[in-house]
Design a protein around this ligand. Sequence first.
Ligand code: SF4
Length: 289
Amino acid sequence: MSNPCALPSLSLPPTEADLRELPKLEERLRRKVGVCVSEYGLIEEGDRILVGLSGGKDSWACLDLLLSLQKRAPVRFEIHGATLDPGFPGYNPDRIAEVCEELKVPHTILSAPVDALVRKKPDITPCAICSRLRRGVLYTHAKTHGFTKIALGHHLDDLIETLLINQFYEGRLSTMPLKLISDDGANTVIRPLGTCEEEDLRRFAWLKGYPLVPCGCPLCGASVLESSRAQIKALVAQLQTTIPDLKYCLLRAMKNVKTTHLLDHALLALPEPPQAPKRVRMRLQRENA
Ligand code: SF4
């Protein structure tokens, strides 16, 4: 799938007519982020928030909307930016650093040598190496520099796609949480854009004139993970033509779980069923692979 950030209409500067949309769109996004932050307790007094800034539309929107929330929120919190440099040829985070300087946001570029590591381990899926490494570098930086929260720019479309991918490919009912405490308790990840639609964020970042910095990964759009996401994205888009309220219905569904109407043994306080012998499990895994 082609990179949606590269759509021709968004590679041109906005016209005056386009810019007239901005105040209304900005107000809508600010309201959604404000409600999400307060409803899920994402930000507290004295928080030091590290925003993951890839230079993509979502990360710029996340930074911008948190900066505007900072001005009007009843609690005080700090905002810093961090960009992971994966070492892909052609990736240049300098423009991100420049914009942060203009916005007076302290910013750090962290080395996360995905490119080098992927080449060293050709038998492991690159996206698995990539996400593990990026998470590790960001978590370590946040922990050693006293950041209380890490803010990521995942949005409603990401939550919906993950919800469906987890069901369709992994047999699990779950999505990206809006607030997640790491296993060792040292890091808390927040997703303040979790109820905002991707299309609104893309348009917002474009109208605000943020530069879109391509990540330079040669696998973008080609990896297995990316192709399942693209497949689910296309399915959601197709269903939306006949169910216009689909995304908001799915959002309501994620907030309205009837645990007694599912089959999870733990939720129903039932003993776990006996597991099939290992050789049968392995045969089933092979058949399902
Ligand atoms: S496609 Fe995305 S997740 Fe996979 S290696 Fe490239 S940047 Fe990382």
